[in-house]
Design a protein around this ligand. Structure first.
Ligand code: FAD
Length: 336
């Protein structure tokens, strides 16, 4: 039987101001709850995995490797991004491959939906910088992307505007907090969820004004898959490796592969200035699926793995529906 747990007078504390916690705080504050968001780092958020992310909102491309639940949460999240931050770019995504990777490209096309095939002229019309670079491309028009380092502060501002409080440099545990507690600590929650692991993702930020892109471009490659995401001010993020390791930093091999693959997308990237090397650890459960864990008034939202920006809004909506109406989503929620 569903049980309503709403206590209108009860405060809601959220731990962790990464993308998971930020969306929880925003939707709960907007719904009229007395929200406090605790973050142990400072406003720069460099300790959060979210700081290092690409920020692609790509439910259709991700369907190549992800479970259907990711598409379901991702599609709902696109609506929420549009609703809460209407200036989010929804310019779509492009997928390209060199002739040698033809079979992998065709496989990607078969494994995914909601794309249009562009010939070389169509690709050049969409992205003039890529003229003559590829014979064809897959265009996923409904996908979007955000710039994590700009969107996190925006979400934090929205939380405050909705009446929430954010406490940076506030390292807390759920037990010391009253009311409903939503634990969004990512890998920091391993003290209570030891099955969490970090999956390392390395990225490189480069700068050039010789290439202009309006949307993320994915290069299919069996060993060096790459995406190039345009950022403001002539910056491009090159990403990302996926390595079962928890050390930080970027290896020479990964740097060579990411930079080499980018050079094959456009030779002008060879002249670009390297601005930053970085890496983050994606918080993942053994099945790589997200989980909302419920124990009394303690809720944990974790395991967002490589889809935090894609699915955090929908996870927040589900958590709110549980707290306000006792609604259970059997695919994502686990009740103790
Ligand atoms: C290179 C790379 C590229 C990626 N690209 C994409 C992409 O394109 N699209 C996408 O959807 N996802 C992407 N991801 C995945 C995405 O970044 C993660 O899924 C997401 O950041 C996880 O968010 P989170 O809020 O759960 O964790 P985090 O962002 O790590 O946030 C957890 C926060 O909790 C805080 N915290 C921990 N303990 C405490 C405590 N005791 N008290 C207070 N605060 C605490 C931490 O300081 C941290 O700020 C990428 C990841 C990487 C590494």
């Amino acid at each position: 039987m569903l049980q309503t747990t709403k206590r209108p007078d009860s405060p809601v504390s959220i731990i962790g101001a990464g993308i998971a916690g930020a969306w929880q705080a925003l939707l709960f504050a907007q719904a009229g709850h007395a929200v406090t968001l605790h973050e142990r780092g400072d406003e720069a958020m460099t300790d959060a995995t979210s700081h290092w992310a690409g920020g692609m909102l790509a439910p259709y491309c991700e369907a190549e490797i992800a479970e259907p639940i990711i598409s379901r949460l991702g599609l709902r999240s696109l609506d929420l991004w549009r609703r809460e931050l209407p200036d989010t770019p929804f310019n779509g995504s492009l997928v390209v491959a060199h002739p040698r990777e033809r079979n992998d490209f065709e496989r990607f096309a078969r494994m995914t939906e909601h794309h249009r095939r562009l010939d070389a002229a169509g690709l050049a019309a969409l992205e003039p910088s890529l003229e003559g670079r590829f014979r064809d491309a897959l265009f996923f028009p409904a996908e979007g992307h955000v710039e994590p380092r700009r969107v996190l502060p925006k979400l934090h501002e929205r939380i405050k505007a909705a009446g929430g409080t954010i406490k940076f440099c506030s390292d807390v545990t759920a037990n010391e907090l009253d009311g409903i507690v939503i634990d969004c600590r990512g890998l920091g929650a391993r003290d209570e969820q030891p099955e969490l692991r970090g999956v390392k993702g390395e990225m490189i930020l480069i700068e050039t004004d010789e290439v202009q892109l309006a949307r993320p471009v994915r290069l299919i490659h069996p060993r060096w898959p790459l995406y190039v995401i345009p950022r403001e001010n002539d910056l491009f993020m090159l990403g990302a490796t996926s390595i079962e390791a928890e050390d930080t930093g970027v290896s020479v091999r990964s740097a060579l592969e990411l930079l080499g693959a980018a050079y094959t997308v456009h030779p002008a990237f060879g002249e670009a200035r390297i601005v930053e090397f970085g890496s983050g650890l994606r918080p993942a459960f053994p099945d790589n699926l997200p989980r909302i864990g419920i124990r009394d008034r303690k809720i944990s939202v974790n395991g967002l793995y490589r889809h935090g920006f894609l699915i955090a809004p929908a996870l927040a909506e589900l958590t709110l529906a549980y707290v306000e109406r006792g609604q259970i989503d059997n695919e994502v929620m686990q009740c103790a």
